[in-house]
Design a protein around this ligand. Sequence first.
Ligand SMILES: Cc1ncc(COP(=O)(O)O)c(C=O)c1O
Length: 397
Amino acid sequence: MAVNTNFYGERTILMIPGPSELHPEVQKVLATPIVAHYGPDWTPVYEDALRLAAAIFKTKSEVFMMPTPGTVGLETGVVSLLEPGDKAVALVNGYFGQRLAEIAEMTGAEVLKVVADEGGFVPPEKLEEALKRNPGVKAVLAVQNETSTGVLNPIKEYSKIARERDALFLLDAISSYGGVELDFDGWGLDYCVGYANKCLGSIPGTIPVALSERAWEAFRRRKTKPRSFFTNLGVWRHYMDAWKGIGHPYPTTISPHAVLCFRAAAQAALDEGLEARYRRHVLVAAAFRKAVRAMGLETLPAEEVASPTVTAIALPSTVWKDAAKINQVMLRKHRIMIGAGIASLSGKIIRVGHMCVTASSRYILPTLSALRDSFNEVGLSLNDGTGVFSKEISGRA
Ligand SMILES: Cc1ncc(COP(=O)(O)O)c(C=O)c1O
């Protein structure tokens, strides 16, 4: 008789790079009744959520929430700040960087892509060179944590270069916000999209956005009006001012529970302490990568740029044909969902998210043993990785 190793019952645990497991404080909020998304009772709740969001961005600049997926927040920044005739540089080292570049191209702006191999990153000197060769670039677009390859990009270095050339810096911090060091004001960022789920462990449904006075100024100086309503920062500005008095400083309905849950998750992150939280993610990710290598596998990016929140594991070519089966065994037999490769990496890598609560032994240890079993099911015998992981962590996460 087969031994039942399914200690989680029927509930699947999410070790994908989003949605991630919820923080227990968020779970509590989900059980509370609905409230209105405007009015005098709501205003302090929303303002509190913004205050916490700003603390995670590390900014004194304006922060607001959009009731949308992350992509809409990115699109709002891009279509509001770029117009035909503008020049932008997009730093691309994976699927999400490529998507950001595509959104920028749709504005009619001239977009220069500086591309690195998947698993690699764009060296800051390449950005410097591109800006030198193309005077007048209005904005640099980048992804902090390239979720498709598990690479953490050197944003502090990039943004310094952009600032020296007077270009705006727009950042996708969707899979890093609350889990990886971010300093909106200190790094001189101009527009940044965070996330409620992933590293913060709230439900998807709202996103925090920060933008600088420079970004507002650039918006006001546009020659043409953006040709959209919802993704138009001018529309957001209007409602932020006109409807502030009724506690509805946004143009549409926002999910009250998404904001309430965000507030609980952000408070939990700040209670843990941002620096402690960043260290926990770095520690767990490094130990996980070490364990994966001890098992006999390889991780995709070089160690210096490996992400603290998502690990891309390179599949040996002998099991490429069985890539889908590995994910399937993880899910069906072990009730642990992990990510697959996307776009050109489809079938060549698997991805494991270690974000918020899952950046801990409690989630990583069963994942490591289930991975070993799942590879075994496709004929690849691996070493045990749990011992290496536990030794590295030694009770610290
Ligand atoms: C880095 C990055 N950017 C953008 C997105 C897209 O976010 P959403 O699906 O919420 O639009 C993701 C989602 O995984 C991501 O990881």
